[in-house]
Design a protein around this ligand. Structure first.
Ligand SMILES: Nc1ncnc2c1ncn2[C@@H]1O[C@H](COP(=O)(O)OP(=O)(O)OP(=O)(O)O)[C@@H](O)[C@H]1O
Ligand SMILES: [Mg+2]
Length: 242
């Protein structure tokens, strides 16, 4: 596999069984996520976005097909190896921020570094550096309930980036924010991906994110109907809004 592919999905299917009913959440996904790109997975509610990200982040496993992370088939790894990829290589950002409520912003950002066995002083230094970068220099000692939604999502971005992962998975990171704040959050993520070279996969149903992506994959009923470069899509988005 080419070295510039961070994630490859090869005919990935996911079927959930609920009682007597089968839900085919992903139906034969083939997609390469390129190293360093900002890739938007665009799809309406129920189209399979979270399921897709769960497969890539090894939080769940395909019913059929294979996900390759940096060339390694995830199905070949032990639980321990998968846990190691999740904590060293992937940063997760969620719609609901998912910060630990009883600890400060600085401690939230430091937490993944504890699992990575960073020494205490380095954890503190790294957390402060990255919190400054996301614009929270004066909020480091606040707990999540003392922060606005946008600020909490900035902490979550800092936490996701703290351990210098190669991939960020952001599942509707703007879903709980107002339009302006949401846009600022995605712009920040975009800037950070350019600065650090981290690959980003960002799911959304918000067409405004089209202008931020390098490439967009359109997901509908568990299938990717097309994958487009930003330039091609801008023309399409004009068609859509007229
Ligand atoms: N654990 C589960 N058990 C059964 N069905 C599930 C499960 N998780 C998701 N589904 C179903 O799979 C399909 C895809 O769900 P998924 O959560 O991936 O969609 P989504 O695009 O993330 O939606 P949303 O925008 O609402 O978050 C839906 O029909 C959903 O009901
Ligand atoms: Mg979802």
């Amino acid at each position: 596999m080419s070295e510039d592919i961070t994630v490859k999905l090869d005919d990935v299917w996911k079927t959930y069984i609920m009682g007597n009913e089968e839900v085919q959440a992903l139906r034969g996904i083939n997609l390469d996520i390129l190293q360093g790109e900002f890739h938007v997975i665009m799809g309406p509610s129920g189209s399979g976005k979270t399921t897709f990200l769960n497969m890539v982040g090894a939080l769940d496993f395909p019913t059929m097909g294979e996900v390759y992370f940096e060339g390694v088939p995830l199905s070949s790894l032990t639980k321990k190896q998968l846990a190691s990829i999740r904590s060293y290589k992937i940063g997760f950002i969620f719609q609901t921020f998912n910060l630990v409520p009883v600890i400060t912003a600085r401690e939230n950002v430091s937490l993944p570094l504890v699992f990575q066995r960073y020494p205490r002083e380095e954890r503190r230094k790294r957390a402060e550096e990255i919190l400054k970068r996301v614009g929270l220099a004066d909020r480091m000692d606040h707990t999540p309930d003392e922060l606005s939604g946008g600020q909490q999502q900035r902490v979550a971005i800092a936490r996701a980036l703290a351990g210098k992962p190669s991939l960020i998975l952001a599942d509707e990171p703007t879903g709980n924010l107002d339009l302006k704040t949401g846009f600022q959050i995605v712009e920040l993520l975009r800037e950070l991906s350019q600065e650090t070279g981290v690959t980003v996969i960002n799911s959304t149903h918000d067409l405004k994110l089209i202008d931020i992506a390098d490439r967009i994959s359109w997901l509908r009923d568990g299938e990717i109907t097309r994958t487009q470069q930003k330039l091609d899509v801008s023309i399409t988005s004009v068609d859509v809004t007229i």
